[in-house]
Design a protein around this ligand. Structure first.
Ligand code: NAI
Length: 364
């Protein structure tokens, strides 16, 4: 019996390639893990009638820890996001995304070290939507008018943005507890409370209240989201732990990934009180899928976060050190990194990169 059983959802698009690479690298550290492989995504619909079949849900429940590759979500119509469904189903209220420079990865800065803590359950991602022209949308439009809340054009589609005290307290507390545990100095709350007074205003008010519980231990400030974007690209060292409502956190994740060399290297985790699902920030990259061109670093670093979570700290650090070494040498790097570093050298394949990383782990 292995020390850890982990659910592996390989995903689709580049997910199958990055997940296979991740498995090889984790196994190279010698950690004793058994993969309980489960499927999700469009390919499941024919067999199960749903992109998120019961056996996959059961596998996550059984093992409590999962790692997944990206899953394609049809844009504008079709099934709702499997990723959002998993986050809701397992109450994974935290999306945790450390953003740390890897020298050699072509980042705009060499010393970025911030942690994005994104609320994962509500805001415009709650999935409460009213289709343009539907009877329900019409009733909602009439209701807003009758309440004096404002006029909405009759040909509008509507997405609802709920932000609760409960979820805001939970996420801000997580950000502060993370700061305390990891010796970080400051938490910044991002919002647009000047415009959305009842949703973002509530988030900010709650953040200020929670911050008082940590006074003297961790500093607190807030930033309006548009100013935050400018501040972050001007000088990321102004920030430490940053806590966001869902949508801004999503956008800020890609923005910060771009500062460090791109989506190919940005890891993440969805964490709840009972379950955790680790996954890269990037999507299924249909433009390069099936060509052995993906950069698997993001999923591999997500696996390192998973190993931390499982208490396998040495294996986790071995992966991070090997990644740093491969990037520092600069001999075997994928196309996305060749682009960000503006290098003339040809990019390597996902397999070649993985081989280099496995060899590096062997040399540590
Ligand atoms: P994307 O992240 O898949 O791709 C954006 C760009 O970055 C593309 O040019 C792609 O080639 C590149 N890229 C992404 N990851 C890369 C990697 N590891 N190595 C090299 N290049 C990489 O975002 P996009 O195109 O907006 O979404 C594609 C699909 O993925 C959509 O269906 C979307 O819903 C889904 N998605 C799934 C996520 C998940 O499962 N967690 C998260 C984000 C998007």
């Amino acid at each position: 019996m292995a020390s850890h059983v982990v659910t592996l959802i390989p995903g689709d698009g580049i997910g199958t390639e990055t997940s296979a690479a991740m498995q090889r690298v984790v196994e190279a550290t010698g950690v004793d893990i058994q993969w309980d492989v489960a499927q999700a995504g469009a390919a499941c619909i024919e067999q199960y009638g749903t992109p998120l079949p019961d056996p996959t849900i059961e596998a996550v429940k059984r093992n409590k820890v999962a790692i997944k590759g990206p899953i394609t979500t049809p844009v504008g119509s079709g099934f709702r996001s499997v990723n959002v469904a998993l986050r809701k189903m397992f109450n994974l209220y935290v999306c945790l995304r450390p953003v740390i420079s890897i020298p050699g990865a072509g980042g705009r800065y060499e010393d970025v070290d911030i942690v994005i803590v994104r609320e994962n359950s509500e805001d415009l991602y709650a999935g409460i939507e009213f289709e343009q022209g539907s009877e329900a949308a019409g009733r909602l439009i009439d209701f807003c008018e009758a309440e004096g809340a404002g006029t909405i054009r009759p040909d509008s589609g509507i997405s609802i943005k709920p932000i609760s005290v409960t979820a805001s307290q939970d996420i801000v507390r997580y950000a502060f507890d993370y700061a305390v545990k990891h010796g970080r100095k400051k938490v910044t709350a991002c919002h647009k409370a000047n415009i959305m007074k009842y949703s973002d205003g509530l988030f900010l008010r709650t953040a200020r209240e929670v911050a008082q519980e940590y006074a003297g231990k961790v500093e607190f400030n807030d930033n309006i989201i548009d100013a935050f974007c400018m501040n972050l690209v001007t000088d990321p060292s102004w920030f430490d732990v940053i806590v966001f409502p869902n949508l801004y956190g999503d956008i800020a994740s890609d923005l910060s990934a771009g500062l460090c060399g791109g989506l190919g290297i940005a890891p993440g985790a969805n964490i709840g009180k009972e379950y955790a699902i680790f996954e890269a920030v990037h999507g299924s990259a249909p433009d390069i899928a099936g060509q052995d061109l993906a950069n698997p670093t993001a999923e591999i670093l997500s696996a390192a976060m998973m190993l931390d979570h499982l208490g396998e700290l040495e294996s986790a650090e071995a992966i991070r050190q090997a990644v740093r070494n491969v990037y520092a040498k600069g001999e075997t790097l994928t196309n996305d990194i060749r682009r960000t570093t503006r290098s003339e050298k040809p990019g390597c394949s996902c397999t070649e990169f993985t081989n280099a990383l496995v060899a590096e782990i062997g040399r540590l």
